[in-house]
Design a protein around this ligand. Structure first.
Ligand code: ZN
Length: 154
């Protein structure tokens, strides 16, 4: 278990020190800002959606290692995915952090079991669930993504 925690810590630090998809996109990409006042984290998400697919994504902003590595991991996970797949991933990610307020899933749908394997490197953030004060750091980029998808008309 210690080895796995060490691996997860390395993944988080790697994405914090070498963030993927760093920067901003020009219009017609949408630009969505997210803030976590509890910690002072900021995420600026640029999304380019074409034909229901996220063809490009950039992340800017600043904050703690959890918020910024989560943004980097999120950007790598959703790039090239369809809007539907990205929305499903938002739900799975929040489920991993034991959040019961996932309103992305229709109430009449069977609650899908969490498939940690489907999360890939995102599973590195599951340890955050043990620290409730940090959950908002980890979910900031995902909430910003949900908002960005809404604003891009998807
Ligand atoms: Zn934070």
């Amino acid at each position: 278990m210690a080895d796995l925690e060490e691996l997860y810590r390395e993944i988080i630090l790697d994405h914090y020190r070498n963030p993927r998809n760093r920067g901003e996109l020009e219009p017609p990409a949408t630009r969505t800002e997210g803030f976590n006042p509890l910690c002072g984290d900021e995420i600026v998400l640029s999304l380019l959606v074409e034909a229901d697919r996220i063809v490009d994504v950039k992340i800017a902003g600043s904050g703690c290692s959890i918020s910024q590595s989560s943004g980097s991991l999120m950007s790598a996970a959703i790039k090239g995915k369809t809007v539907e797949e990205a929305r499903a991933l938002i739900g799975t990610f929040k489920q991993m952090l034991s959040l019961g307020d996932n309103d992305e899933v229709a109430s009449d749908a069977e609650p899908a079991p969490i498939n940690l394997r489907s999360l890939g490197e995102l599973a590195a953030l599951q340890g955050v669930a043990k620290f409730p004060v940090r959950i908002k750091c980890a979910t900031l980029s995902w909430n910003t993504l949900a908002q960005g998808l809404d604003e891009s008309g998807n």
